[in-house]
Write a protein that binds this ligand. Structure first.
Ligand SMILES: [Zn+2]
Length: 81
């Protein structure tokens, strides 16, 4: 896996945010990764959020993750009854 270096800035609420928003391609990748972590690896949304941030360098809010997961199905989800 490639090391991911992301430029962060501190917001007014003292939390760290990405200096640049995700591109469409990054967002699609983040959505796919989040889905794979939850669907294939059976992680909770919270655990998937941590894995995205720590392993892939993609910080996502729980709300955004939950929204992404609701609106997305992979082939193995779609096959499930
Ligand atoms: Zn799935």
């Amino acid at each position: 896996m490639n090391a991911v270096v992301i430029e962060m800035v501190r917001g007014k609420d003292r939390k760290l945010y990405r200096a640049h928003p995700l591109s469409d391609a990054e967002r699609a990748r983040a959505r796919w990764l989040a889905h794979a972590l939850v669907c294939r690896d059976k992680l909770s949304i919270r655990a998937a959020q941590r894995a995205l941030r720590e392993s892939y360098g993609i910080p996502r809010s729980l709300g955004i993750l939950a929204r992404d997961l609701r609106g997305w199905q992979c082939p193995s989800c779609a096959e499930r009854p």
